[in-house]
Write a protein that binds this ligand. Structure first.
Ligand SMILES: Cc1cc2nc3c(=O)[nH]c(=O)nc-3n(C[C@H](O)[C@H](O)[C@H](O)COP(=O)(O)OP(=O)(O)OC[C@H]3O[C@@H](n4cnc5c(N)ncnc54)[C@H](O)[C@@H]3O)c2cc1C
Length: 243
């Protein structure tokens, strides 16, 4: 496990996908930190003074790969007080403090095994890290990405999906869009919400695949149960609950 580091970072860019979803691209002051694809960090907007406690923070999955760590990216969904303050107050050029790495949701097993990634909405974040990592490390096992969004503007990773299609031998994806009429995409998609039964059927041909779930708690509970009912072993089900 990498040592926990506290580092200062500057907001380089903020990309807005909707009123409630943004990507923050952060430029770390030092590169003396490490993390694994799928791990998360603490982000504080107040300055950290080592002689006092760590300031108020929230945790966010790291959306870029450790193989591309000139910047640190987080995808933020506006929910309550803290993320509201981020949306209202944090601007390009501002300083933030980060504490990382944390979490056991990572993709060590998938370096050799087939993997089925299932993400709802901003739950795509840890899989952005993993896909970049898989591309950079030229991973060979099957990676099946299953991604559900409300409308095409929220497909945060259109370019990354195209890059994975070009560079990964065994990459496939199923995109589910609830309201495809509210935007445009060049990617192929299914209309509707993530269909766990379809995902399981399509995964039958895979070899002892690991299923990774990331998204709202209700989705994870429901999908985990359905996976177990269909005979997927508990040790092959991993999840990241954002609560
Ligand atoms: C492993 C993990 C990964 C996550 N990754 C992401 C991500 O990539 N993107 C994303 O948008 N969200 C992510 N979340 C959720 C995120 O951390 C926040 O919980 C969420 O954004 C809630 O919104 P808020 O903080 O604005 O709400 P708030 O209303 O400010 O607080 C929500 C909750 O935070 C806790 N809280 C309250 N005060 C404090 C305090 N002083 N210090 C610490 N906690 C407090 C309480 O449990 C409270 O109910 C993740 C959560 C987990 C556990």
């Amino acid at each position: 496990m990498a040592a926990i580091r506290k580092i200062q970072a500057r907001v380089k860019e903020i990309i807005s996908y909707s009123d409630t979803v943004r990507k923050y691209i952060l430029q770390p002051a030092k590169r003396s930190f490490d993390f694994k694809a799928g791990q998360f960090l603490h982000l504080a907007m107040d300055a950290y003074d080592p002689s006092f406690n760590w300031p108020e923070s929230r945790v966010f999955s790291i959306a870029n790969s450790p193989t591309r760590k000139d910047f640190i990216e987080v995808l933020v969904s506006r929910k309550g007080k803290f993320t509201g303050q981020m949306f209202e107050q944090l601007k390009a050029g501002d300083e933030v403090w980060l504490k990382l790495p944390y979490g056991i949701f990572n993709f060590d097993e998938s370096l050799e095994k087939d993997s089925v990634l299932i993400a709802g909405g901003t739950g795509i974040s840890p899989f952005m890290s993993f896909l970049q990592f898989a591309i950079d490390k030229k991973l060979n096992p099957v990676i099946s990405l299953n991604y559900g969004v409300n409308n095409p503007d929220l497909i945060i990773i259109e370019d990354l999906i195209k890059e994975a299609e070009q560079k990964l031998e065994n990459f496939k994806y199923n995109l589910y869009i609830e309201k495809p009429e509210n935007g445009n995409t060049k990617l192929k998609f299914n209309k509707g919400i993530l269909d766990i039964h379809q995902i399981i059927r399509q995964s039958r041909e895979l070899n002892d695949a690991v299923f990774y779930l990331s998204g709202p708690p209700a989705m994870i509970e429901n999908f985990e149960q359905t996976l177990k009912n269909s005979g997927i072993k508990q040790q092959n089900i991993k999840y990241d609950i954002w609560e």
